[in-house]
Design a protein around this ligand. Sequence first.
Ligand SMILES: [Zn+2]
Length: 273
Amino acid sequence: MSGNLNRRQLLKLLGMSALGSSVSSCITSPAAAAKVNWGYIGKQGPEYWGKLSPDFQLCYTGKRQTPIDLQLASVKSADKNQDLLAINYQPSPLNLINNGKTIQVNYQTGSFIECVGVARHRHRQIFQLLQFHFHHPSEHHINGELYDMELHFVHRDQTGNLAVIGVFLKAGAFNPNLQSIWDAMPEKQGEENIVADTIINAAQLLPTEHRFLTYSGSLTTPPCSENVSWYVMEQPIEVSRQQIDKFVHLFPHNNRPIQPLNERIVLESANTI
Ligand SMILES: [Zn+2]
């Protein structure tokens, strides 16, 4: 299907060069959000986010918030009506920042995912990969259980809609693809590290099996904006305990608590295009 449009045409269609890396300070980038000090503990913690600023109200009043507990038994298995997802990640020079909330890797223009809504007359939506970042422990749960960490690949389409792919990290084998990022991890808040001669590929941080759970959610950080399309991979990737510890040393706890599912439906799919 993607053969109908070649890569150059797709990029042109998206106005990729204009998008650039303007969203560089995480998905919490609106100016108002940047001014208010929020965090994960005490009076700046998640239970107070909704009251820290009028711009953060959705953190408290929103009915479609993220993260959620993904109960596999009650997930609706998708058939012919399910969205299709294609991941087109290209290599990028390493550019990472410690923004005080997480380690964020800003990604070079040209990588994107393509979602096709089969139920919506094959409506095609293309989201550019802007950045990825990490949480400890995981934000989503699977059947009530946490994973050691969670990786969020943040994408945006031409009109500003967001789509996030979540990948769980679990303690196990040493992960060399993660290590090239970890070796350049800035330890001080606000510190940026651009390592042009280190080339990374986000595709190498995805699990081999692309079975995912999809639902409509929000940013997991203030201002908790909704209508974010979530695609959470069921299969985790492995990283060593030592690699987890290096992140925990800087960010002991940067996950938002579980939010109510409310009226939402979670779908499962293994489809790619
Ligand atoms: Zn995140």
